[in-house]
Design a protein around this ligand. Sequence first.
Ligand code: GTQ
Length: 348
Amino acid sequence: MELANDQRSQLEALYREMEPANLRPLWESLAELVLPEPKSPAVPHLWSFDAVRDYLMRAGDLISAEQAERRVLILENPGLDGLSSIVPSLYAGLQLILPGEIAPSHRHAQCALRFVMEGDGAFTAVDGEKVIMRPFDLVLTPGWQWHDHGNDSGKPMIWLDGLDIPTVRHFDASFAERLDEKAQPVTVPTGDTRARYGHNMRPIRGSAADRRPAHQPLFHYPYSDWRPALDTMAASAQIDPHLGHALEFLNPADGGSVMPTISAHVRLLPAGFETKPRRSTDGAVFVVVEGTGRAQVGDRDYALKPRDLFVVPSWKELRLQAESDLVLFAYSDKAAQEKLNLYREECA
Ligand code: GTQ
């Protein structure tokens, strides 16, 4: 803004007078408030699973899951210091449950997903039903559904927690409750919800068998379903040049995203495949499920190995290269952005 010297000094005097009245001039900050395109404060970053795991196991020696309520190391974006956020709208953490431990029952407004990184056979109980968690399963605990976690297996279990904590904070809409008992009573056999809602079928609406919340019935998307689906897809010659073979997880209630604020998908990039550059306004968290390759995120370049985690902030160009068959899981705030008519993508 071009201003004459005396105009500038008179304006600044006015700003100082206005400040105690909690008033500020828009014209000094308009260009930073209404950007011509996204300029995320979040930066690309990669966490090596092995490095995080070491710290998590050390925490496991010092504090129990019950004491901690949730024994989790937050993956905080280096550009979002102190905000417990991996991108401005989303949270990510790695949670450890040791054999015999319980993370007590609670419910909250925030939506959560779990993506199993290590171990086999711990459970998450959701509204009275246990899900047995196996490697690379996706388990949801949708907003306001009771959940606790426990480990009856003989080995440590580690999973990625993806929540919309910063989004709920943004709306000042957080509610949370704890159950008096440590673990909620199990009232429904394991697998019951998947049988009812997980096979492109559902109980007749309103019938006695239609027992789950109408908007959010399903909470388990096992690896044993999604991984073979990707292989079958990859047997066809058609591959999306920007995505590879990609499948999005759906909410069977409405065919939309898994939860109101969070979308999730998996992809398979065959060995030697390289995606064309693509950018989108959603902030996304990726997990390498299998394979090796490279990810270029904006001006950063990462070598990928199994169980690494990396973040792609809004509008940063992403290119992926598969050395061996590369399988990725990702979640993002695309679901929330689409509801607000904000989502955009651009393919080069
Ligand atoms: O498992 O309920 O990583 O409430 C953060 C907050 C996990 C959980 C987190 C939570 C949980």
